[in-house]
Ligand binder design. Structure first.
Ligand code: PEP
Length: 257
């Protein structure tokens, strides 16, 4: 069986503020990682930069987007469908990010529809789940993850599930823009424990053969801590927010793999 390459995903969110800056960052990352053969790098910029990046992406870096609408097309002002994202060059798509859930009211049902739309369009989903600090302190982590997994994956068969990467992002560890802010960080043991739980929940849906589910970690990852989440916690990859906006830092994270 082919061993999967670790997946390192950059979520640029609503940054940088101009095409010139975005192109500069993208080109620096491509240059920095182009010789790394044992890792799959995915950059998810704002939609508007994607067509430009498609021309310079090459093999070393694949392009993803950060969201889509669940319908194929129609009267949905301001929205972009998964098939449009695919046509523009996206191979991956982030679905259900905590910021989409928090600021745009995305429910598990919406996330489920978006996952199905992405699969239908032939884009590989990165399905985000994770508990807030309040939920964690109230001992609700397991219930939250269970609700998000069961709701998000409702009606998705095992074959389609194998195309999905789950991103476990404890919301309390997400940097909100500054990856060096002194926030509480989960230990590799915490992450490992969550990974076992997620695998059990997935197995309840798909049976034991899904033990190989791809689960990546996200939350204030930087070059200093990335190795511990991959090596000690044994995650299949990383979802990187704030640190992916600094080419040198992000390239170091990729090289650390
Ligand atoms: C994220 O929001 O997906 C994320 C991982 O952000 P950060 O790395 O900045 O915590």
């Amino acid at each position: 069986m082919n061993k999967m390459k670790p997946l390192i995903v950059a979520n640029w969110k609503c940054n940088p503020t101009s095409l010139r800056k975005a192109k500069e960052l993208f080109e620096q990352v491509v240059e920095g990682v182009k010789k790394e053969k044992n890792v799959q790098v995915v950059i998810c910029p704002p939609f508007i930069y994607i067509p430009t990046f498609k021309q310079v992406a090459g093999k070393a870096v694949k392009i993803g987007c950060q969201d889509c609408h669940w319908e194929y097309h129609g009267a949905f002002t301001g929205e972009i469908s998964a098939s449009m994202a695919k046509d523009a060059g996206c191979e991956y798509i982030i679905i259900g990010h905590s910021e989409r859930r928090r600021y745009f009211g995305e429910t598990d049902d919406v996330v489920n529809k978006k996952l199905k739309a992405a699969l239908e369009a032939g884009i590989l989903p990165i399905f985000c789940i994770g508990e807030t600090n309040e939920e964690r302190r109230a001992g609700k982590t397991e219930a939250v993850l269970e609700g998000e997994i069961n709701g998000g994956l409702e009606g998705i068969n095992a074959d389609d599930f194998s195309k999905i990467t789950i991103a476990y992002e404890p919301i309390w560890a997400i940097s909100d823009g500054d990856p060096y802010a002194t926030k509480e960080m989960p230990t590799p043991e915490n992450i490992k424990k969550a990974e076992v739980l997620i695998k059990d929940l997935v197995a309840e849906n798909y049976g034991k053969k899904i033990v190989g589910a791809k689960i990546i970690y996200g939350g204030s990852v930087n070059a200093a801590n990335s190795k511990s989440y991959l090596k000690e916690a044994g995650m299949s990859g990383l979802l990187v927010g704030g640190a992916s906006l600094k080419a040198e830092e992000f390239v170091k994270i990729v090289k650390n793999v």
